[in-house]
Design a protein around this ligand. Structure first.
Ligand SMILES: [Zn+2]
Length: 393
């Protein structure tokens, strides 16, 4: 058994006082974050190092100089610097991977008051649980809706407010993995637009959930309401506009929760039935000019992939991510590579070497297994165990 970190998230219902304190804390943390962004930019331009130690020192000075900053918790403010440092390190690593130094995508940016959702992280030093309530540094006490128990002592908590203006507390806890019985089965998974996942095991193909469609009508109504009430530039938004905006965010939330549920159940089924899982390492591009259908598909794929990776880790299955380059050109049966790329409209793969004819996505799913280095032993074993073979013997 291995130990792993998971998030347990609960709804928080802060009192009016507590919410005021949270927002004040958030405003100070946001200021610290924006200072980090501005300072690291300035120091980088001056050719100087800008590590967390330097930013910590600057924070100490700023707290000495400003009473309003001193009113806030130093733990939360220091944590903001840690979070900034982590976000920056991740962006630098990503850039090194992409080897595209001109694109500074993913770098921490300024958090604007009207756009950024409040979100604060507290490590063990900055929070405690007493009598079922969450106590944060700075004397903030919150009532948590304990929809389920925490499996162990949390190591950190993130308190945040979503677009529908609901507060959440998300605890990081350590849990033990739960190994499952071996099944001797292998699966290959290819992601797509028409089906979220096409697999070598048709039982586990994943269609697009239809939840979106029923919610789409409601969403369109709120969006029309928002359009009618949109404030002129520079003018504050009206009550009606804000209400429509919150209602739209609630519908989004419902769709997202149902989609998560759908993806999680699918991932659990896949992981329960297979020891070895070969998955296309899909990376969404989120291009500005891509269609809404493409964007929705990318979102659904990203989520299904995350759930699958997490579920495989939880149950100690062998999951391997496969580079998707040329997967539509390679033959899953004999390994030959076609000379030309298949057009997106061509739904059938025909191999010129071994003359196999297969649905395009099924072929790609098979290529995943081969690329992952999984021997098709599991597939053979199933054939041997099948009723026809047993009768023959
Ligand atoms: Zn072939």
């Amino acid at each position: 058994m291995a130990e792993m970190s998971v998030r347990y998230t609960y709804r928080v219902r802060p009192s009016r006082t507590a919410e005021g304190l949270l927002l004040a804390e958030w405003n100070r943390d946001r200021w610290v974050w924006n200072e980090c962004v501005a300072r690291s930019r300035a120091l980088r331009l001056a050719g100087e190092m800008c590590g967390p130690a330097r930013l910590d020192k600057d924070l100490t000075q700023a707290r000495q100089a400003n009473q309003w900053l001193r009113d806030g918790s130093s733990v939360a403010q220091q944590q903001t610097i840690r979070d900034f440092g982590a976000a920056r390190t991740k962006a630098i690593k990503d850039i090194q991977k992409r080897l595209a130094m001109r694109q500074r995508r993913g770098f921490p940016v300024l958090k604007k008051k009207a756009l950024a959702h409040p979100s604060m992280n507290y490590t063990r030093r900055g929070f405690s649980l007493q009598d079922g309530q969450l106590h944060l540094a700075g004397g903030i006490v919150l009532s948590v809706v304990w929809s389920r128990g925490l499996p162990s002592d949390p190591t950190s908590v993130r308190v945040s407010r979503d677009a529908a203006e609901r507060w959440w507390a998300s605890f990081v806890v350590k849990v033990d993995s739960e190994p499952l019985l071996e099944t001797g089965r292998v699966i290959g998974i290819d992601w797509g637009v028409t089906e979220i996942a096409t697999t070598t095991d048709s039982e586990f193909d994943l269609a697009h959930p239809q939840h979106g469609k029923t919610a789409a009508a409601k969403l369109a109504r709120y969006q029309r309401m928002m359009a009618r009430r949109r404030p002129p530039k520079g003018k504050p938004a009206s009550k009606g506009y804000q209400t429509a905006k919150r209602q739209a965010a609630e519908v989004y939330g419902q769709v997202a929760r149902r989609r998560t549920d759908h993806a999680r159940k699918w991932a659990k089924g896949v992981v329960r039935a297979h020891d070895q899982i070969a998955v296309e390492d899909f990376k969404p591009k989120f291009l500005a000019n891509s269609t809404m259908a493409r964007k929705a598909a990318d979102g659904a794929i990203g989520q299904a992939k995350r759930e699958l990776i997490w579920m495989a880790a939880k149950h100690e299955r062998d999951l391997r991510l496969v580079d998707p380059a040329y997967t539509t050109m390679d033959c899953g049966d004999c390994g030959a590579r076609a000379k030309h790329r298949l057009l997106l409209s061509e739904r059938t793969y025909t191999c010129s070497a071994c003359s196999v004819v297969k649905p395009r996505d099924k072929n790609s799913a098979q290529v995943m297994i081969n690329r992952a280095g999984f021997l098709p032993a599991g597939v053979d074993r199933i054939r041997l165990d099948s009723p026809t073979e047993t009768r023959a013997a």
